[in-house]
Design a binder for this molecule. Structure first.
Ligand SMILES: C[S@@+](CC[C@H](N)C(=O)[O-])C[C@H]1O[C@@H](n2cnc3c(N)ncnc32)[C@H](O)[C@@H]1O
Length: 203
């Protein structure tokens, strides 16, 4: 691989740099679509199981709003990158980052098997989205993640497991213009963005 060619196989997570750090500093989570979908309100931050942890960005935003977040990840290289990033963030000089990371707990395994035993209040799901036609538009960290984890072909089983386990709500992050996987029920409501929407299933 040449020096100019990005390493698409490496998965790295650093909460103190790049886009996620900037989003955190801007306080972007508060009042945003993710927070509203999960049900964060002033003085109310539900416990969330993020059953598709990935690069941990959604989990970090929710933790920065006061949610206790349990992150489930099933792919080893992603688990290792996340565990290191959470550990580093807990020791960060940035108090906001350290406090948010202290609310994040990583669980290694497949959420389809684990969710029923966790009795979750709210479950957030963000399985790999169907590939876009023009993959050049996809940012490098997501390309690296897809190279490591594949396409999450068992999304429908994961959504069914979350709907069976959650006591209050399931939030599914999904591309705005793509139909839901076959067999997934119609959500109660959706909170839309230009490219991504949050489908909310209230139990
Ligand atoms: C699109 S990424 C999630 C990105 C994440 N929301 C973020 O903010 O960085 C999907 C991740 O979910 C994981 N995943 C998918 N299905 C899973 C399952 N059944 N159990 C655990 N992890 C799963 C994949 O390995 C991948 O790392």
């Amino acid at each position: 691989m040449s020096a100019s060619e990005p390493d698409v196989l490496g998965v790295r997570v650093d909460f103190s740099a790049g886009a996620i750090a900037a989003r955190l500093r801007r306080g972007e989570g508060r009042g945003g679509a993710l927070a509203r979908a999960v049900g964060v309100k002033p003085g109310r931050a539900p416990a969330v199981v993020d059953a598709t942890a990935g690069l941990g960005r959604d989990a970090l935003l929710l933790a920065s709003l006061g949610c206790e977040v349990t992150l489930i990840e099933r792919v080893g290289v992603v688990q290792a990158a996340l565990a290191a990033a959470i550990c580093e963030a807990r020791a960060a000089a940035d108090a906001m980052l350290a406090e948010a990371a202290a609310r994040m707990r990583l669980v290694r395994g497949d959420a389809i098997d684990l969710l029923a035993g966790m009795a979750p209040h709210t479950v957030l799901l963000d399985p790999m989205h169907p590939e876009r036609g023009n993959s050049a538009l996809v940012k490098l960290p997501m390309r690296q993640l897809r190279a490591a984890v594949g396409d999450d072909e068992d999304k429908a089983a994961l959504i069914a497991a979350a709907l069976a386990a959650a006591s209050h709500r399931v939030v599914l992050k999904w591309p705005a213009k793509v139909p839901l996987p076959r067999g997934v029920p119609v959500p109660g409501y959706s909170i839309g963005g230009r490219t991504t929407r949050f489908d909310v299933f209230v139990r």
